[in-house]
Ligand binder design. Structure first.
Ligand code: ZN
Ligand code: ZN
Length: 355
């Protein structure tokens, strides 16, 4: 089967014929239908997460159809339509038991090492080299094998392209607003970064009843989309006046985290959703803690991603959440490097790779 393979940091993807082993107990094979190109994929491709994560098949925001079942898989059948959940949580560790399945200990270990839960690999290059699957998914491939915990059944009438987005951008954005930021009616909200996730943060803040939602991005072309998602105004980063109850940083850069802190009102909070490169640090004025400003991290929705993916997928299927306008480009596997280039230049919203 064909897959996009990255051999090292900063290299372009190469489309290759790769081998896929059958699903082992507790695993499923999925025929991938759609996969979004997300900032985390770009981070890994350029080496922000370290140089030990290659060779790899990227792609973690995807959807498809279950084609094979390993032994002992309950609650899934061949032909089921699914979204990937890139944190295969166990339901039993300390983090899972306290409602933070997004931080599941064994799940994170597999996701961040690009292996199955047992530490082994299912994809290999034609020369026999094992391939990592980014976040235990590896969706930029015609098929993949993942843990049954890495898939969530979706409604039969939900389009695959939208289902892909639900599994990362949507659950990350909505979870940040609901579980980490706990946005309340009447809040003044700022959102720094209007890419795939930022646009979902805006939509979620609007649904939560925020009074004012200022979308902030240096690319003026993002204004139209941000306003359509529910932003009340759009600004360039340098022209925003402080005074927000919740500032969502959805870029992942020290300077935007510092700017978010500056924009936050007394009693307010910065929620950092963007993922900053390893080794960077942000500097904030510590005296501001005496005005009860707080700094909150948010990863993959800050709750139980699988449960929330199921809930948000229902919402999209019922037409209560419109994702169509946040898909700006569609391509096949051959167009993946162009999609990464667009992401790097802040061009458009989401590219979805369709198979
Ligand atoms: Zn993602
Ligand atoms: Zn767990």
């Amino acid at each position: 089967m064909r897959a996009a393979v990255w051999l090292g940091a900063g290299e372009r993807a190469r489309e290759e014929e790769v081998e896929l082993a059958p699903p082992q107990p507790g695993e499923v094979e999925v025929e991938v239908a759609a996969a979004g190109v997300c900032h985390s994929d770009l981070h890994l491709a350029v080496g922000h997460f370290g140089l030990h994560r290659f060779p790899t098949v990227l792609g973690h925001e995807g959807s498809g159809t279950v084609t094979k079942l390993g032994k002992g898989v309950d609650g899934l059948a061949i032909g089921d339509r699914i979204s990937f959940c890139f944190l295969p949580s166990c339901g039993e560790c300390r983090q899972c038991l306290r409602g933070r399945s997004n931080l599941c200990e064994p799940g994170s270990k597999a996701a961040f090492s690009g292996t199955m839960l047992d530490g082994t690999h299912r994809m290999q290059r034609s020369d026999g080299t094992a391939l990592q699957q980014f976040l235990a998914v590896g969706a930029f491939a015609e098929r993949t094998v993942v843990s049954a915990r890495s898939v969530v059944k979706i409604p039969t009438n939900l389009a695959f392209d939208e289902a892909a987005l639900v599994g990362c951008a949507v659950v990350t954005g909505f979870g940040a607003v609901r579980n980490a930021g706990r946005v309340q009616p009447g809040d003044r909200v700022a959102v720094i970064g209007c890419g795939g996730v930022g646009l979902q943060v805006i939509a979620a803040a609007a649904k939560a009843g925020a009074d004012e939602i200022v979308a902030i991005d240096p690319v003026p072309e993002k204004a139209e989309l941000a306003l359509a998602q529910g932003a009340t105004s759009f600004s360039a980063p340098e022209s925003v006046t402080p005074g927000f109850d919740r500032v969502f940083e959805v870029v992942g850069r020290p300077e935007t985290i510092e700017n978010a802190w500056r924009l936050t009102a007394p009693g307010g909070a910065v929620i950092v959703v963007g993922i900053a490169p390893a080794g960077t640090s942000a500097k904030i004025s510590a005296i501001d803690f005496s005005s009860e400003k707080s700094l909150i991290g948010s990863f993959y929705g800050s709750g139980n991603p699988a449960a929330e993916i199921a809930e948000l997928a229902e919402l999209v299927a019922k037409g209560e959440l419109d994702l169509s306008r946040t898909i700006s480009h569609r391509t096949d596997l051959g167009g993946i490097n162009d999609a990464f280039d667009r992401l790097q230049h802040g061009e458009g919203a989401r590219t979805v790779v369709e198979f």
